[in-house]
Design a protein. Structure first.
Ligand SMILES: Nc1ncnc2c1ncn2[C@@H]1O[C@H](COP(=O)(O)OP(=O)(O)OP(=O)(O)O)[C@@H](O)[C@H]1O
Ligand SMILES: [Mg+2]
Length: 244
């Protein structure tokens, strides 16, 4: 198996609480992995290990075979896009400057080309280039989330980490965002790790789905396989199936 990301027997502690408890996960290159579980089960913690925002207390994390603990974190993060629920757009910058922020800083985009490249990314997420000169405060929630995706993709990352990125929008907008993201993933062939606590979203988007509970990986498989063979009563309940 082609493991692009490997989380190997990781424990993360906050005082006596184990946010992750001997947690293990291998993620394949090019796959769309969804992570599902209740609030507080450790989803965000798992995600933040991958781009080195958090270091394990025990165990190791490898990205492309390299231990994150000894990696150049700036380089690592440049290859990993990160999109979060409240988007975190810079309010005083236009949409164009938000999207172009990282690639301009790192010299990937020249000043003269940044408008066109930002526009191309916006269009990929289903937004019109006429929004380029707006400020985040002048956008709807769904538009902001699309800009957030465009920004996360701007540095052409090989890996995209998404933490409940579609949480704050209505159902119809959410479906539009899901479709846009699936299209993008096919087009760009990126590896996506997507955290959600919406089971239908996890099943729809994931090539594979990881079910977590209390800091542990409970079941990892294709959504259809998990639906057919839930590993425990907890997984059945999460799927909305009746217990035996
Ligand atoms: N900085 C911190 N200090 C202390 N405890 C923390 C800290 N960050 C997270 N935790 C705890 O670790 C556990 C896992 O947190 P995490 O953010 O990974 O959960 P989550 O699955 O992402 O939840 P949610 O669905 O609500 O976002 C929780 O019990 C949380 O309270
Ligand atoms: Mg979280």
């Amino acid at each position: 198996m082609d493991a692009l990301i490997k989380i190997d027997h990781v424990t993360v502690r906050y005082g006596t609480l184990k946010a992750l408890d001997d947690f293990q996960l291998m993620i394949r290159k090019g796959e769309f992995l969804t992570i599902i579980g209740r609030s507080g089960c450790g989803k965000t913690t798992a995600l933040r290990l991958i781009n080195g925002l958090l270091m394990p207390d025990e165990g190791s994390v490898y990205v492309r075979g390299q231990n994150v603990a000894s990696a150049d974190l700036i380089r690592l993060r440049r290859s990993i896009g990160y999109a979060i629920q409240d988007v975190g757009l810079f309010p005083h910058m236009t949409v164009r400057d938000n999207v172009a922020y990282v690639p301009s800083l790192s010299g990937m985009w020249k000043k003269t080309e940044s408008a066109d490249r930002a526009a191309a990314l916006l269009e990929m997420t289903g937004l019109d280039r006429s929004l380029l000169s707006r400020y985040p405060g002048e956008l709807s929630g769904g538009q902001k989330q699309r800009v957030g995706i465009a920004r996360a993709l701007a540095a052409a990352p090989e890996i995209l980490l998404m933490d409940e990125p579609f949480g704050a929008v209505d159902e119809i907008t959410r479906r539009g965002l899901q479709t846009a993201l699936l299209d993008l993933q096919k087009k760009l062939n990126i590896t996506i790790v997507f955290v959600t606590h919406d089971i239908s979203e996890a099943m729809l988007l994931g090539d594979r789905m990881l079910v977590m509970d209390a800091g542990k990986a409970i079941q990892l498989d294709e959504p259809e396989q998990i639906r057919k063979n839930p590993a425990s009563p907890f997984v059945r309940e999460l799927l909305g199936l009746k217990a035996d």
